[in-house]
Design a protein around this ligand. Structure first.
Ligand SMILES: C[S@@+](CC[C@H](N)C(=O)[O-])C[C@H]1O[C@@H](n2cnc3c(N)ncnc32)[C@H](O)[C@@H]1O
Ligand code: SF4
Length: 353
């Protein structure tokens, strides 16, 4: 079982971001953490103590919370973390100062994930980020100095500003930093964001994506999922691998989603409503056998985990053989894998048509 905790606060709203996060609700942090603890207690109380394999604290921006908020959450969580292998926390380079990093690391958080996006000040401004190259570098160095075992850096590509020169310059900085994981996301133009419907923001340049992936590979970052690259086996995100293996997960906090394999449980997105009723889901989605199959195929083709042949019927397996002949897939006795994760969606469509 995996545990996801959603912190719905940010210091500013980036122009591309549609995540459930608010810049004007900071006064609700204490009440929110109290509600979150209530939900956590409720979700955990009937579980065996050694069930939580990984924890991911995401958002929004978890580093907008004070250390004291984390202390409260961990007081509750600690009895359940005796065998937990990985605890990740997302952080913004601006709000994650050295003291905060040190303290949350001492609580047991062993993986920190910074929203960096780029080290180019012009691109950062363009994306609506409130940090700059210098603060991002400092935050990563601080995280290493206080003892973080694993450091991830999110970057965004496929913007109109991207050139090979800009990618090279970002990667040259990354090369000298103690980063063991990169999440590289293609910019998506989400409804409700400043970038939505702006044609001059994103370019669909597959060659540039391939260039970025190739360069990351040369630097020793192996692509193990469409957007995720790890320096070594040990630095792959165990939490994300859990999602892609279709493991069950608890979702706690405003706007979090949990899944028990058959049902997806959505908490209230609205922070005030969540505070009033943290134990009431806003809705529950029942997954059909077909939904589960589509998801398993899509998730498996997007990463190194691959797809279990048992999930497909004979007609679909024939499609898999055809795709292997075209050089798009490789097969073992029980599983099949995409040769290029970027083609996962098209391959899934072809197999399940
Ligand atoms: C919750 S944020 C990370 C932590 C913190 N909030 C921050 O941004 O510094 C998750 C990541 O999702 C990615 N992201 C969010 N919206 C995106 C979009 N529309 N297109 C591409 N990447 C996106 C960004 O790389 C971002 O760092
Ligand atoms: S990318 Fe991160 S900091 Fe920016 S608005 Fe989204 S959650 Fe907040």
């Amino acid at each position: 079982m995996l545990l996801y905790i959603h912190i719905p606060f940010c210091d500013s709203k980036c122009y591309y971001c549609a995540f459930n996060s608010y810049t004007y609700l900071h006064h609700l942090k204490n009440d929110f953490v109290q509600a979150l603890c209530k939900q956590l207690e409720f979700e955990l109380k009937n579980l065996p103590k050694n069930l939580i394999e990984t924890v991911f604290i995401g958002g929004g921006t978890p580093s907008t919370l004070d250390f004291e908020h984390f202390e409260k959450i961990f007081k509750l969580l600690n009895p359940y973390l005796t065998t937990t292998k990985e605890i990740t926390c997302e952080a913004n380079p601006n709000s994650a100062n050295k003291k905060w990093l040190d303290k949350v690391n001492n609580l047991g958080i062993n993986r920190i994930s910074f929203g960096v996006q780029s080290f180019d000040d012009k691109k950062l401004k363009f994306l609506g980020r409130n940090h700059n190259k210098k603060t991002a570098i400092k935050a990563i160095q601080n995280a290493k100095e206080v003892g973080f075992e694993h450091i991830n850096c999110d970057i965004i590509y496929d913007t109109i500003l991207d050139t090979k020169k800009l990618i090279d310059s970002d990667l040259n900085i990354i090369k000298d930093l103690p980063i063991d994981h990169i999440s590289a996301y293609s910019l998506t133009l989400e409804d409700g964001t400043k970038f939505y419907n702006k044609p001059k923001v994103k370019v669909d340049d597959e060659n540039m994506a391939k260039y970025l992936f190739k360069r990351l590979n040369k630097m020793g970052f192996e692509q193990y999922e469409i957007s995720n690259f790890a320096k070594n086996k040990n630095s792959k995100s165990k939490h994300n691998l859990g999602y892609w293996k279709y493991k069950e997960y608890l979702g706690v906090g405003a706007g979090a989603v949990g899944c028990n394999g058959q049902k997806r449980l959505y908490t209230q997105k609205d922070v005030n409503m969540y505070i009033d009723n943290p134990l009431i889901y806003s809705h529950i989605e029942t997954l059909s056998a077909e939904d589960i199959k589509v998801e398993k195929v899509l998730l498996g083709l997007r990463c190194e985990i691959g797809v279990d042949k048992k999930v497909l019927n004979d007609k679909e397996l024939k499609q898999v053989f055809k795709l292997e002949k075209f050089g798009k897939l490789k097969q073992t006795k029980d599983k099949f894998y995409a040769n290029d994760f970027l083609l996962a969606d098209e391959l899934a469509l072809y197999i399940l048509e």
